[in-house]
Design a protein around this ligand. Structure first.
Ligand code: SF4
Length: 365
């Protein structure tokens, strides 16, 4: 593939690389997954950082590597323990894939991490960006990265005034990053581009006055940096109303586990669901509890309403106090059911919306 046309925007690529790396060496945030070439720590952090801010990831990362200090420890842990440590971080498929990939690294690679970008791509949960980040940072492979931060920086540097998300433009941007990548320190260069986007060339008000590459920036020179990148308008996020049951019997709370595959797979929650057409919320919660757990209830007052935003939709969780009437709890529409003592709840990995309900109802979490 030939050089990207966007490279014409950078008149002195070597000067750009040197200015960026010099800044990175002195100004990068000291993060617990920086300054290491340990592929395990880099891999875990990159998976956590997908869709999640650095400040949120740091305490999760520290707890995770404390409990699972290496790939063998992670591979031999039960999935429930991995999900428990992930509780509240969201996008739980990441945790399941991380666990699956750890097992494959132990079984197929005898615990030795693959070094090549192409090998990483074959592991669960690893896309082009993550494979390139790990291969370049841990193993010094010369492969470019393009995440949201880098995309914003590149669009501004080159005054790239088009929707960057079309496939043709994605190809151009990846090619630009590949062309700019130096032979020396490609992993540091990739991290420096991401760090610049995260701390200086931020979405709303880029700090051009302190930017180490301001003299190379066409977007700044043309006074359009803040308007870039030109993203297509997002579709509105759908909203659902959900009825949830709070069923207590003999001091134990009725909880159920979602099926292992799919959205929030393997996580625990309170039984409930969306009303069918013409159904009231109390009717819906009564039906859902029976369908999921074979437990019959009478529905009492509404205890609270909790709003929660998932990646692609929002929910209002209407929690109803329900009184046990009969039936032996069994998983008739879920993976497992428990009458859990309140003191044991913390042993289960719950969906983030359920944790919000617990907090709203005064449980310590
Ligand atoms: Fe971003 Fe401003 Fe730096 Fe350009 S000069 S890369 S717009 S922070």
């Amino acid at each position: 593939m030939g050089k990207s046309d966007l490279m014409l925007a950078i008149e002195d690529p070597a000067g750009f690389v040197s200015a960026l790396l010099g800044w990175f060496d002195h100004s990068a945030r000291p993060l617990p997954f920086r300054g290491t070439r340990d592929p395990y720590r880099i891999w875990v952090s990159e998976i956590m950082l997908q869709q999640t801010q650095v400040a949120t990831v740091v305490p999760y990362f520290q707890r995770f590597v404390r409990q699972f200090p290496n790939v063998e420890a992670l591979a031999s842990a039960p999935l429930s323990a991995v999900l428990k440590l992930w509780e509240g971080l969201g996008y739980y498929t990441r945790a399941r894939y991380l666990h699956q990939a750890a097992k494959r690294i132990v079984q197929e690679y005898k615990g030795r991490f693959p070094e090549q970008f192409e090998e990483w791509l074959t592991l669960p949960g690893i896309g082009r960006y993550t494979a390139a980040a790990i291969a370049s940072i841990a193993f010094g492979q010369r492969v470019p990265v393009l995440d949201g931060n880098v995309m914003r920086v590149v669009c501004r540097l080159c005054a790239f005034d088009q929707n960057p998300k079309t496939s043709a433009n994605q190809r151009k941007l990846w090619q630009f990053c590949a062309d700019l990548l130096p032979l020396e320190r490609p992993g540091d260069f990739n991290q420096a581009m991401m760090e610049l986007g995260a701390t200086v060339c931020v979405p709303k008000k880029p700090a051009c006055l302190i930017c180490p590459v301001a003299t190379f920036c066409k977007g700044r020179a043309q006074g359009i940096a803040e308007q870039l990148p030109r993203m297509a308008k997002k579709a509105p996020v759908p909203h659902y109303t959900v009825a949830i049951g709070w069923v207590v019997k003999d001091g134990r709370l009725l909880i159920d586990q979602r099926a292992p595959e799919g959205f929030l797979g393997g996580l625990w929650e309170l039984p409930g669901g969306k009303p069918k057409k013409g159904e009231t919320l109390p009717q819906a919660v009564q039906r859902e509890i029976l369908e999921e757990t074979a437990v019959q209830v009478d529905v009492g007052r509404r205890l609270c309403v909790v709003r929660h935003t998932y990646s692609h939709f929002q929910v209002s969780l209407n929690v109803y106090e329900c009184h046990y009437v009969g039936g032996k709890a069994r998983p008739t529409g879920c993976a497992a059911v428990r009458w859990a003592p309140f003191s044991h709840l913390k042993n289960y990995a719950f969906a983030a919306g359920t944790v919000k309900i617990f907090k709203k109802l005064g449980l310590e979490w």
